[in-house]
Design a protein around this ligand. Structure first.
Ligand code: CS2
Length: 471
């Protein structure tokens, strides 16, 4: 890539390992294949400045090291033209979004970064950070940064722009649009009303489905890359060879030719996203919590446990597949087998702790739709209930300081001092931000949770293995 040709055109919020191994790679490939170099990325870190500090002295360059069968040689990616710490330069982030040259904002901020209230599906206006952004400080939340950036664009006449969510959320484009509009609507009317009108005319929010397994980079990964590359790269990332991006083609101000990089443009992103969340992400979470209960450090070790593999496959085939409509291009059985073999990639080192983090934000999107759909069809969501019971066990047996979840304190506060199936299951099932109101009413579902939880607490993973194999 001739970097002097590269012009900034994209602001990316959330510069974690996933963004570097996915979005930045697709963007670079699209620019190389098409010769249109107007899509350099200004990357913004959200909560911590680490990645900005690692990338800046390297001029934004970093290595992607694929791990597993079919891995390509090391690759140095050059599509990031600048890395900014959003925490330390909040006004700069607004200015970059508002710059005339910026035509796309992409986001990988994880589920919790959206600060939405699952009970209303809209912005959590009680959130302290959201309130502080609304009160007029240089914004710290992603939704605040985007909305203030768009507001400045509207004022300066910088023109239309597209906001692209790349997180694992159903209808992520529509959700982002709802949150941005909710932020604008919560501003004083004299500011909010003209902004809402401008948004309607000038900003699109296509939905996307993103897929690539990208673990957190470890010091050992950096040493391996150094040996292979002959240079120390503090911002290197490791990833599986597979990558996929399905995008709704609804861009307000042009876009890179992502199709030249292998992305698929589709009018049916919702079906792709449902398939991915309820097959891949749901079983990922299941393996993470079963794996944590059995002392397995990585997803590949967890899926290597024969009974866990069976439970996972049966959840996908017997419960998730019958409750979704697949996009016509996708063969369900083949997709499930491919997902399981991707999980088995031992070279990736994807940890159960990482995938098991933020369960309160993930369960409702990945597992509960399958449970609700199966119950509505008059069947027992036996396997999905096992995944939820394993999550409950994880929450109830992990000290609050070690529970990696934005709602760790609230979850622990709902739990009684004596923790057995009979106390933990109803307490956690009554936790409304995750389970809402309907699921507590389902006796059959509660029974399934109690059944699995009892086995986990009394017989441990071996007993669980027997029960799964005979189930
Ligand atoms: C994982 C995902 O950490 C998690 O919750 O399930 O990050 C998963 O690796 C990606 O969605 C794969 O595309």
């Amino acid at each position: 890539m001739q970097r002097d040709k590269l012009q900034p055109g994209i602001v990316h919020l959330g510069l974690g390992a996933f963004a570097r191994a996915h979005t930045a790679v697709f963007t670079e490939e699209a620019m190389l294949a098409s010769g249109d170099f107007d899509w350099g990325i200004v990357g913004v870190t959200q909560r911590s400045d680490t990645v900005a500090r690692q990338l800046s002295p390297q001029d934004g360059l970093f290595t992607v090291a694929e791990r597993g069968d079919g891995a390509a040689p090391l690759r140095v990616v050059a599509s990031i033209v600048e890395a900014l710490s959003g925490r330390d330069n909040p006004q700069e982030v607004v200015d970059r979004i508002a710059a005339e040259s910026t035509r796309i904002v992409t986001l990988t901020i994880t589920e919790k970064g959206y600060r939405f209230d699952p009970s209303t599906g809209s912005l959590n206006l009680d959130d302290d950070e959201v309130q502080a952004d609304l009160a007029g400080r240089a914004p710290h939340t992603a939704v605040g940064q985007i909305t203030r950036g768009l507001q400045q664009r509207a004022r300066t006449g910088a023109g239309p722009i597209t906001v692209v969510s790349c997180d694992n959320l159903p209808g992520n484009g529509e959700l982002t649009r709802t949150l941005v509009r909710a932020f604008a609507a919560a501003l004083p009317a004299a500011e909010g009303e003209p902004l809402l009108a401008w948004l309607g005319e000038n900003v699109t929010f296509p939905s996307t489905m993103v897929d690539r397994m990208v673990p957190a980079t470890t010091p050992a990964d950096l040493d391996d890359v150094e040996r292979e590359l002959g240079l120390r790269d503090e911002a290197a990332v490791v990833a599986e060879p597979f990558k996929q991006w399905v995008i709704e083609d609804n861009f307000a101000a042009g876009r890179p030719r992502f199709e030249d990089a292998g992305a698929l443009f589709s009018a049916d992103v919702a079906a792709w996203e449902a398939a991915k969340l309820r097959l891949l992400n749901a079983s990922h979470s299941m393996l993470a919590y079963l794996g944590l209960a059995a002392g397995k450090e990585t997803i590949s070790e967890a899926v290597g446990h024969a009974a866990f593999l069976t439970a996972c496959r049966r959840m996908m085939v017997e419960e998730a597949l019958p409750t979704i409509t697949l996009p016509p291009e996708l063969d369900g059985e083949q997709y499930c087998s491919q997902v399981l073999s991707r999980f088995a990639n031992a070279a990736l080192g994807h940890t159960t702790a990482k995938v098991g983090s933020d369960g309160s934000q993930k369960l409702g999107l990945r597992l509960l739709p399958t449970i609700r759909g199966t119950l509505a069809a008059g069947r027992q969501p036996r396997w999905a209930a096992l995944a939820v019971a394993a999550w409950m066990h994880h929450v109830a047996t992990t000290p609050v300081a070690d529970l990696n979840d934005p709602l760790a304190t609230e979850l622990q506060a709902t739990l009684p001092a004596t923790r057995t199936a009979a106390t933990v299951v109803p307490a956690l099932l009554g936790f409304r931000p995750i389970f809402g109101h309907d699921l507590t009413q389902h006796e059959a579902f509660t029974e399934l949770l109690l059944h699995w939880y009892r086995i986990l607490e009394t017989d441990g993973p071996d007993g669980l293995g027997n029960e799964i194999n005979h189930g």
